[in-house]
Design a protein around this ligand. Structure first.
Ligand code: ZN
Length: 318
């Protein structure tokens, strides 16, 4: 720390020394002001970065990862591509949560899940959202009512976020991913700016996305109850977030579930999984892409990786 006291002060003090001392004080004050100004602008940048990062930190990993990529990409072509991934993962995640809730009341289930058979196109995921109002209304519990209120108004019409994600966004994505040509750089910039706020605002308005996505990492029998150690899959690199839940529910080890924050775990039934990836050896989430009687093929928005797993237990043979 610099000493602000002018040199030469004391018994030998003269007017010439005083003037140079004052100049020195002024110079030091100016340096301090400059330092403060640069600190302030650094803090502003941090605040902006923190706000963007915090937004991703609140979301479940399957959506937070492409969102973090979109926020950190430099080229607009990449930014826009990751933005499409954000919207796609949000449509699929929402449909997965709806399917999981519908499974709680098997009377509501379609005879054959639209997620079986061919690779599932985005339009099929979107149609699960569009047609879910009646079944969501019949399911009890805080998660089902929060999902319903995020997606539908009381009269059953879709909220702006549900309408955008399940119709306009699907059209945009199919159009932009459906042609093989590359645009000029400026086109990606305007495409990104045209859609980024609508997609981010849609994520923000889907309140059910705040329910933690978790993976069951340990199961202990605790008398009448089961005690589950959970890894909380929130944010783009979920490390260290854990929780313990005691519940009467029976949930298998390794299952990926939605947690209501109390003692309800809703299995996502293998539609979304969080596993070690054979391509990159890292753990990240995968969405079901094709479920057949022989195997289940998954796709991840983490660098487009794929994973093959045994067939799902709730397949057509059930
Ligand atoms: Zn991977």
């Amino acid at each position: 720390m610099e000493d602000l006291k002018p040199k030469g002060m004391g018994s030998q003090y003269s007017s010439a020394q005083g003037a140079s001392g004052l100049r020195e004080i002024e110079e030091r004050m100016k340096r301090i002001k400059d330092n403060l100004a640069s600190l302030e602008s650094a803090l502003d940048l941090l605040r902006k970065d923190f706000k963007a990062a915090y937004f991703a930190l609140k979301l479940p990993e399957p959506i937070a990862t492409p969102l973090a990529r979109e926020q950190s990409a430099v080229l607009f072509q990449e930014k826009f591509s990751h933005l499409l991934d954000v919207g796609e993962s949000c449509v699929k995640y929402t449909a997965a949560v709806i399917s999981a809730l519908q499974y709680l009341d098997p009377g509501n289930l379609p005879r054959r899940s639209p997620l079986f058979g061919k690779p599932v196109p985005l339009g099929v995921w979107a149609s699960i959202i569009q047609t879910s109002y009646v079944s969501l209304s019949k399911i009890d519990g805080r998660v089902a009512s929060t999902v319903r209120e995020s997606l539908f108004r009381p009269d059953g019409r879709p909220t702006p976020a549900a309408k955008y994600l399940s119709t306009e966004f699907v059209t945009l994505r199919n159009h932009e991913r459906g042609h093989g040509s590359t645009y000029a750089a400026g086109v990606y910039e305007s495409l990104h700016y045209r859609h980024v706020d609508t997609i981010h605002d849609s994520l923000d308005s889907l309140v059910f996305l705040r329910f933690p996505l978790v993976r069951v990492d340990r199961v202990n029998v605790a008398g009448e109850l089961m005690r589950y150690d959970l890894v909380v899959l929130r944010g783009p690199s979920p490390v260290g977030g854990t929780a313990t839940v005691e519940s009467t529910l029976r949930v298998p080890l390794g299952e990926t579930c939605l947690w209501d924050g109390e003692n309800m775990l809703i299995s996502l039934r293998g539609i979304v999984i969080y596993k070690v990836c054979v391509d990159c050896n890292m753990e990240h989430s995968f969405f079901l892409d094709q479920a057949t009687e022989k195997e289940t093929v998954y796709h991840s928005y983490s660098a487009n990786h794929r994973l093959r797993q045994p067939p799902l237990p709730w397949g057509p043979s059930e």
